[in-house]
Design a protein around this ligand. Sequence first.
Ligand SMILES: Nc1ncnc2c1ncn2[C@@H]1O[C@H](COP(=O)(O)OP(=O)(O)O)[C@@H](O)[C@H]1O
Ligand SMILES: CC(=O)OP(=O)(O)O
Ligand SMILES: [Mg+2]
Length: 384
Amino acid sequence: MRVLTVNPGSSSVKLSVVEDGREVDRATVAAASAARARQPLADLVVRRHPIDAAGVRFVHGGLSTDPVPLDHAETARLTALTPLAPLHQPLSLELAELVAEVVPGPVYACFDTAFHARMPESAAHYALPRSWVREHELRRYGFHGLSCASALRRTAELLDREPAGLRLVCCHIGAGVSVTAVRDGHGVDTSMGFTPLEGAVMATRSGSVDPGLLLYLLRSGVTDAAGLDDALDRGSGLAGMTGTGGDVRDVLAARDRGDPDARTAIEVYLHRLRREIGAMVASLDRLDALVFTGGVAEHQPALLAELCERLGSSGCGPIPGAWPLTATGRSAGRTGPCGCWSCPRGRAWRSPGRRPWRWPPGPRVPVDPAIGDERPQRARRARP
Ligand SMILES: Nc1ncnc2c1ncn2[C@@H]1O[C@H](COP(=O)(O)OP(=O)(O)O)[C@@H](O)[C@H]1O
Ligand SMILES: CC(=O)OP(=O)(O)O
Ligand SMILES: [Mg+2]
């Protein structure tokens, strides 16, 4: 069976062809644009003809738990969720239409929210008037669920454990950023909420802001609802703090040139991530692994090292028994001098055997070059 997968992100569109569970082809469009994705999509479909079915990522699926074949009714339901994910939902809808034009088989909508659908009430519920909550289904939905599910599978492979038995904190650090506590194979708490705007600082999104501050901006006429919407989703985060487009590479380059705004932005970005990690650790009774994925985690191991090195001194660590690792990402095992599993010449922050892991890491241990490889494999013990 040959399946086309389409992953519309807020800064990219990623296309893959998967055959019997293995990726056989891919194309990445470095813009959140259906128009830019049209040709690469058509090329991929021609190159890998015949495609039997397609799956399109929808970040918001409401309370749906399984992929759903896209028909008129489902498309209308997902369209109605657009205000809850304005950066993503319209792009997914447009791409689904393009896919339906070139793939004769069924097109499924696959939901980020599904991984979090069994989140306990304590984590999902907002402390708002109950009539609002009931009438408008106000709750924390959580996002990046497809990424978390993939990170969970990959971590289980690397640790040679059953996914259902693992307790993870999964940090998805791409253009969108979220941190999720995973237990019993699903999300039990997460930093994103009703929309993918809550939580950590992102490329162009603010993350959590005191609601009182937002009321102040509205009441004092600094902006109106539409202006706030645009500023929080597109004009805040790394972009807003630095005047760049919010790409981490540009902000790091500005910091290297001595730009004080860029320095502050990275400090805030990392600090808020550490806070979210600490919060997710508190939502678990045990931690087996701290997992990093998403474009920034995948390609910026030095920044990941900055994040992790100060995790210990920020009060989060040591986390007894935890095995931090980079479990996912296509280039895991390729680049960077940081000391995590994504490093080229391999050093691990993994505790050898069952010894408790120390934070910050002690002497670095060489990693078997096979670890971080894309092939499924059993976890190997790091050599002391
Ligand atoms: N070498 C790199 N290549 C691609 N993206 C990178 C690289 N280094 C850092 N990044 C960051 O990764 C982000 C994209 O992450 P990704 O998870 O692909 O985002 P999304 O899915 O939200 O579009 C970019 O905003 C960029 O800041
Ligand atoms: C939910 C979300 O923010 O996704 P992405 O990081 O792909 O933009
Ligand atoms: Mg993404």
